[in-house]
Write a protein that binds this ligand. Sequence first.
Ligand code: 86X
Length: 374
Amino acid sequence: MTKEKDHVEGFAPEVAWVTKAGDSDLAKPIAIRPTSETIMYPAFAKWIRSHRDLPLKLNQWTSVVRWEFKYPTPFIRTREFLWQEGHTAHASMECAENMVMDALNIYEKTYNELLAVPVVKGVKSEKEKFAGGYMTTTVEAFIPTNGRAVQGATSHHLGQNFSKMFNIQFEGETGKKEFASQTSWGFTTRSIGTMIMIHGDQKGLVLPPRVAEKQVVIVPVPGKNKDKTAEMFKKCHELKKQLEECELKIPGFGSVPIRVQVDDRDKYNPGYKYNHWELRGVPVRLELGERDFDSESVFVATRYNNSDKDYKKFSMKWSELEKGIPELLDDIHNKMLQKAVDKRDESIVVVSSLSSLFSLKNTFSLFSFKTNSI
Ligand code: 86X
């Protein structure tokens, strides 16, 4: 029990309590969940009887509150955040270790394949690990604008520390009672902040295509001929239908239909609309003007590189869209990830002596090395 007390006491300043309902004091203050160990592990102790009950794997999505002392930043460090927390119990330390790495690899894949964010997998130092556990692993991302690393997610090997505290025991194959080996792991809405900081530019949000709410926006560019313009608006909706039949494959995550919007608002001109969707990070814009209409094509504008000096829009035939757009979205994903990898790698300085360490111009670099990569 002392261990549990230590664990809670260390975090105690961060626990938020509800003491009032309206004007009246509560008979008993209520703690707002900062993490779920103390709720879940007593249940684990009841549910687990034999080795046949193991592994027990539980995952939940919930909001938690931590009254942080560091200055809050939207998405990156907020006092309330949404996360998934996974908690598992196993028959052996080795089984738990495999789970720790499986969870860490899922986090890496989520950052790489969905958010186009490169991460470094690593083991936290004794000082940085979750004190209640045995080993903490992490995926760390690099933020180019400040040169610092940010923790992307963690996966803990808890050893038998918590099972001894909460008496989570099972009868082994020989009938002997043993303490379970446990893991816990979490991934939060900070991932969204990290993605925004890594890909965003001077014009605003740049969304990686696989997670963009709208992946393609179609903007009609009205001409002088009213009848033709009406035809063009109609065509935009047909192209949307055509694209929605297409599947986007996401390695390791199956495939999803392409998400398309036609901006047929008549109150705004095309330039306004381009700006509107650029600010919101939509990966691909298709423009349909009179000339495009006549040549049965659209003009294609990509978001991720449209601040580049050599940026060019290009044309694509309607008949090529079904093949061309999924390919383009894939290509954008790969280029965004590669761009982030390059920026990170060119910011890494390898030092082999203290004097070269202290002569570094960018002292923030020091923070990037808190993780031992694995
Ligand atoms: C450590 C451990 C862990 C499950 C994760 O990192 C992933 C999902 N939990 C979290 N931690 C605390 O245990 C904690 C406890 C209290 Cl009471 C608190 F106020 C803040 C905390 N912060 C982190």
